[in-house]
Design a protein. Structure first.
Length: 151
């Protein structure tokens, strides 16, 4: 586990050595507090929302990962779902970048196709209908990432 290796080596992602004291200003202003808070909130949400639905259950999957509750799935929410499903740690910058590139390529291609087909499209969000329709974004996501998203 990469995190365990970093802890053993005494450094977390190039930051101060583990066990080193940091000031309250550095903790609050340097991003560490925000990182801990965000990850804690995401962990609590994912562990209290019940098990992840299979991607084949399009409506349930969409609602589970629509964290913002807007009724639109954002690119960030799709990336979060992929990272969580593949158990990619945010400390693993290369794997995060690889997954982000795959999601971005899929997202941009799907948005262009929706625009071509409908004459317009919100490039920042996917509706439940656009996600769950036959040939929609859910189908594309399943094709691009395989059944691995159906854990």
């Amino acid at each position: 586990d990469r995190l365990a290796g970093m802890v053993e080596s005494g450094s977390l992602a190039g930051g101060p050595p583990v066990g080193a004291e940091i000031s309250a200003a550095d903790f609050l202003g340097g991003g560490l507090y925000a990182w801990v808070w965000r990850h804690g909130e995401e962990y609590r949400r994912c562990t209290t929302s019940g098990p992840m639905p299979d991607l084949c259950e399009r409506q349930d999957w969409f609602k589970y990962w629509n964290i913002s509750g807007t009724g639109f799935l954002s690119r960030g929410e799709v990336l979060r779902a992929v990272l969580w499903t593949y158990e990619v740690s945010s400390l693993d910058a290369q794997r995060v970048a690889d997954m982000r590139e795959r999601v971005d390529r899929l997202w941009d291609g799907a948005a262009a196709e929706r625009r071509r087909h409908a004459g317009h499209s919100n490039p920042n969000a996917v509706t439940l209908s656009e996600f769950s329709d036959v040939g929609g974004f859910g189908d594309l996501l399943e094709e691009a990432f395989g059944m691995d998203l159906s854990k």
